[in-house]
Design a protein around this ligand. Structure first.
Ligand code: SAM
Length: 329
């Protein structure tokens, strides 16, 4: 089949699937303390509906599938979905992004079902500051989750993602860098984006990848590792050979020109950019009995309208129509 290309020639090969909008954390850069209005159960795609859409897209060359949310591990029976997607023809890279709090008990069934990669979000290694940013006292549970992931050599690489917020993260950098040196985790710093439901984001709250690198290099020199063109992260290894760091710099060094991603929300809306103002409804056609060919044509139509780039730093920037936990980060 013709590969899936947008109108700027970018080939789409990666899909983020949000399996729920609910989360058991309330990270300050993502969700309000009181949570959000959750989707109703009947609004959320079933595993069969998700699998069908993934199958249609995988046949068009979308081989990389990442499960996310909300918090994907709060969706019941998630290993069953992993099993279904791992067996879907064309899906050759199946991964999960999680806050890690339930990973302790779910790592084994997820691996058994076919999961091969995991990203765990972790913003601080101090109990007090972890609770401050996530509004949950759960650092020990997340560290147990990471340790459980580590027990499974099939699950590699293990990536640890930290959202870098100015005035908070500077203090966390040495301990997180040290974690990357001591453990088989690739620690990655992600610039804070205007996707927080509280709308508290401001340009001066972004701690850039370059600023973090400078903090790390006060302790340990780094050497850049060449990354593949579509990679979101700039990769660095410690010069003495102990471990790897990544920097995802969507604000200071946008990588839209090589973006190969689309996103499916928990309620079956396809988004062609994190910052989209427009979504493409797949739940209705799915439930109205659309054929695979009709679904594929709709995917092509949506992708043809993929945005050229985000406009975070442009004057008059308009925020996305939903916040990060509702989109699926
Ligand atoms: N609950 C899961 C987790 O914690 O990884 C998956 C969903 S979460 C929305 C996915 C990723 O988005 C996490 O790494 C999170 O830290 C990141 N994120 C959330 N809000 C963000 C923001 N405003 N800017 C940058 N990254 C953000």
């Amino acid at each position: 089949m013709e590969p899936l290309r947008d109108s700027f020639g970018r080939e789409i090969s990666s899909l983020r699937v949000s399996v729920t909008d609910k989360c058991n954390f309330r990270c300050t850069y993502c969700m309000p303390a009181e949570g959000l209005e959750w989707l109703r159960r009947d609004e959320i795609l079933s595993f069969e509906e998700i699998q069908r859409l993934v199958e249609v897209m995988a046949a068009m060359g979308v081989g990389e599938v990442r499960l996310t949310g909300g918090e994907p591990l709060v969706r019941r029976e998630l290993p069953e979905l992993v099993r279904m997607l791992a067996a879907t023809p064309g899906v050759d890279d199946l991964s999960l992004t999680t806050n890690g709090v339930l990973l302790d008990r779910l790592a084994a069934p997820l691996v058994e079902a076919g999961l091969r990669r995991v990203n765990v979000s972790l913003d601080s290694l101090s109990h007090v500051r972890f609770a401050e940013i996530t509004r949950r006292d759960a650092l020990d549970a997340v560290l147990r989750g990471l340790a459980a992931a580590e027990q499974h050599p099939e699950l590699r690489p293990i990536k640890v993602n930290c959202v870098a917020v100015k005035g908070f993260t500077e203090e966390e950098v040495p301990a997180l860098a040290e974690l990357a040196r001591r453990k088989p985790y690739v620690v990655r710093f992600i610039e804070f984006m205007p996707l927080d439901a509280d709308e508290a984001w401001r340009g001066d709250k972004v701690l850039s990848g370059a600023e973090i690198r400078a903090i790390v290099e006060e302790h340990w020199p780094l050497v850049e590792i060449p990354a593949k063109a579509s990679s979101t992260a700039r990769r660095f290894r410690f010069a003495d050979g102990a471990g790897e760091l990544g920097f995802v710099n969507p604000v200071s060094e946008p990588f839209c020109s090589t973006c190969d991603r689309i996103r499916l929300t928990a309620d079956g809306q396809l988004r062609t950019c994190l910052f989209s103002r427009r979504e493409w409804d797949f739940k209705t056609p799915l439930r109205d009995g659309a054929s695979d060919e009709e679904l594929a044509a709709l995917v092509r139509h949506a992708v043809a309208h993929k945005e050229l780039k985000h406009r975070i730093t442009d004057p008059g920037f308009v925020r996305a129509s939903r916040s990060m936990s509702q989109i699926g980060g």
